[in-house]
Ligand binder design. Structure first.
Ligand SMILES: NC(=O)c1ccc[n+]([C@@H]2O[C@H](COP(=O)([O-])OP(=O)(O)OC[C@H]3O[C@@H](n4cnc5c(N)ncnc54)[C@H](O)[C@@H]3O)[C@@H](O)[C@H]2O)c1
Length: 267
């Protein structure tokens, strides 16, 4: 018996990286999955976001596990696009039990050189997009009197790190959003948590490495130099933490920020 048998999870940024790993971990435990991802590039960040082929791979891998998978192409900055996908998921898969607000971008720059457009894009995707995911599904979860909301913050959401001011501000915001919603929604049996990965082995880090003009191995070494446990965090390790927060095993945990940061935030 799977830990999520019969459950439906709606995951943003599911086409690749931590989102895909989470989708596959949840499907392995019995959940049907709605995948939401932009699957096109934006003018910012400069690195490539997921493509349609990434989404197709995620969907095929979920289906190969014997679960249902829906693909939605949309931008978390648009409440209308998330709401439409949430509504169609509820209609097609019979409800939503778990939302994972994972979609995000990153960028590196001296704080005073950030443009207003870069600041706005970062805050709109990494913080407002998380609120959109919550706002779209909360009425449904209140009606059901149950639900799990798990959002992705970062070690940068608890620890000031230079050259990522806008990212850090958005990720601190995700922690604040989580602790506020946990209180508002507990009376409806809705559990709200977030996770904070350290430097994780995904295309995001590869993209930042290219921006910094570094070979991936060197970037990985530099970007994870604060980890107490050596190396990059594998996306599967983050997925395992998200899975736990979605499962019955964590039913007395709410308003928590689970650090999957190889110990970085201790320092
Ligand atoms: N990689 C790291 O080191 C690291 C560390 C801490 C936190 N995080 C966070 O983890 C989450 C997942 O990142 P990842 O490491 O898997 O990187 P990733 O770039 O591989 O995945 C991010 C996904 O989000 C999607 N996305 C981006 N903007 C979107 C938008 N506007 N609307 C819909 N989808 C959008 C991308 O297409 C991509 O599939 C992000 O929130 C990121 O900030 C990453």
């Amino acid at each position: 018996m799977g830990k999520l048998d019969g459950k439906v999870a709606f995951i943003t940024g599911a086409a690749r990286g931590q989102g895909r790993a989470t989708a596959l971990a949840m499907a392995t435990e019995g959940a049907n999955i709605a995948c939401f991802d932009i699957c096109r590039n934006l003018s910012y960040p400069s690195y490539d976001l997921a493509g349609v082929e990434d989404m197709e791979r995620t969907v095929a891998e979920i289906k190969a596990l014997g679960r249902e998978a829906l693909a939605f192409y949309g931008d978390v900055r648009s409440f209308a696009e998330i709401k439409a996908a949430v509504d169609e998921t509820i209609e097609t898969l019979g409800g939503i039990d778990i939302v994972v607000n994972n979609a995000g971008i990153a960028g590196i720059a001296p704080s005073h050189e950030l443009t207003e457009e870069e600041w706005d894009t970062m805050l709109d995707i990494n913080l407002k997009g998380v609120w959109h995911g919550c706002k779209a599904v909360i009425p449904h979860m209140i009606r059901k009197q149950s639900g799990r909301i798990i959002s992705t913050s970062s070690v940068n959401g608890v620890k000031g790190l230079p050259y990522s001011l806008h990212y850090s501000c958005a990720k601190w915001g995700v922690v604040g959003l989580t602790k506020t919603l946990a209180q508002e929604l507990a009376p409806y049996n809705i559990i709200v948590n977030c996770i904070s990965p350290g430097t994780c082995d995904t295309q995001m880090v590869a993209g930042l490495a290219r921006e910094a003009g570094l070979e991936y191995a060197e970037a990985a070494r530099q970007f994870s130099s604060g980890h107490l446990i050596a190396g990059l965090v594998p996306p599967e390790a983050v997925a395992a933490a998200v899975l736990w927060l979605a499962s019955e095993d964590s039913r007395f945990v709410t308003g928590h920020n689970l650090m999957v940061d190889a110990g970085w935030s201790c320092t």
